[in-house]
Write a protein that binds this ligand. Structure first.
Ligand SMILES: NC(=O)c1ccc[n+]([C@@H]2O[C@H](COP(=O)([O-])OP(=O)(O)OC[C@H]3O[C@@H](n4cnc5c(N)ncnc54)[C@H](OP(=O)(O)O)[C@@H]3O)[C@@H](O)[C@H]2O)c1
Length: 284
């Protein structure tokens, strides 16, 4: 199978690197195209260094050549450039509707991608297989959470095939497209809020005399451990919190202070601001 990456910047590059290292890429050919040739060569060099399992990697001359060769086309350009890319590849999709197109652009709906395709090649969207994803930056360490939505032309088999790529860089789940705004709040943007929490913990530990680098390790490992326990446990998140809070102990004092200061309300408000901005971007 040939997987083509149009745009391998921060997000597209993180997905490409994670996928290339995973067993899911074994035996597959990878195609790349970025607008500036220097970015193509930087990415190809980075790929050559790591322990990858794919069969071959090649830089295409343009997006059309890539679309003609690839079975799955992953678009990782900025939202404002999606129209340009879809216009270029629309004739190829009209000719070869079995190809699967995946876009990660925030705020670009499947319906608007269909409109873009139709404007370039009338009727193209009636057969084009379109998947919209919302990954997050932990893709760089193969720990992404990726939401996936599809149009009616994408069969269960197509979807499962594309999902292998995003499972390879963490975990992927199918969601209805109207959930994507919510996904942005809960996983797309939430690494940023988590870093704020880690920053606060690290600063507080350093202020209490711990070396900042050591404080960072303790804080990060505590978050990884708490998240792992929450994923694997059958207990509610509330019960997991209560389990740490022995009466008269230390944790209950921290929890009482955080509650009094509106910690959870602040997180909920931050989440909502991200969701509202996402809806604004898609014109809802
Ligand atoms: N960053 C995140 O956390 C995140 C999370 C979820 C979704 N996303 C989505 O991911 C997409 C990419 O974001 P990013 O942060 O990775 O952007 P980025 O770092 O600027 O990467 C964009 C890439 O697209 C290439 N490109 C631009 N126009 C092109 C064209 N016409 N043909 C081929 N390649 C082209 C650029 O190559 P040149 O530099 O050579 O022009 C660059 O390598 C966005 O749509 C964003 O909404 C990002």
């Amino acid at each position: 199978m040939k997987i083509g990456f149009i745009g391998t910047g921060n997000m597209g590059g993180a997905i490409l690197k994670g996928y290339a290292k995973s067993s899911a890429s074994a035996g597959n050919d990878i195609l790349i195209h970025n607008k500036l040739s220097e970015h193509n060569s930087v990415m190809a060099e980075a790929m050559a260094e790591s322990g990858n399992t794919y069969k071959s990697i090649r830089i295409c001359n343009d997006n059309i050549e890539l679309a003609e060769e690839a079975d799955i086309i992953i678009i990782g350009v900025k939202p404002s450039s999606v129209d340009e890319v879809l216009s270029q590849i629309a004739p190829c999709l009209a000719k070869s509707p079995e190809k699967i197109v995946v876009s990660m652009a925030a705020g670009v709906s499947i319906a608007s991608m269909e409109t873009m395709l139709n404007e370039a090649k009338p009727g193209c969207s009636s057969s084009a297989k379109l998947i919209r994803i919302m990954p997050n930056t932990p893709a760089q360490v193969e720990a992404a959470m990726t939401a996936m939505s599809r149009n009616a032309n994408v069969s269960d088999e197509d979807f499962a095939l594309a999902k292998t790529i995003f499972d390879a860089i963490g975990r992927a789940e199918g969601v209805p497209e109207d959930m994507i705004d919510c996904v942005i709040g809960v996983s797309g943007s939430s690494p940023a809020y988590t870093y704020m929490y880690l920053e606060a913990l690290t600063k507080a530990a350093a202020a209490n005399g711990m070396e900042p680098e050591q404080a960072r390790i303790f804080a990060c490992q505590a978050v990884i451990g708490a998240a792992k326990l929450a994923l694997e446990s059958r207990e509610s998140l509330e019960q997991l919190r209560i389990n740490v809070c022995s009466p008269g102990g230390t944790t209950i004092e921290a929890v009482k202070k955080l509650q009094a200061n509106g910690f959870m309300d602040d997180v909920i408000e931050g989440f909502q601001a991200a969701v509202d901005r996402s809806k604004e971007m898609t014109g809802q």
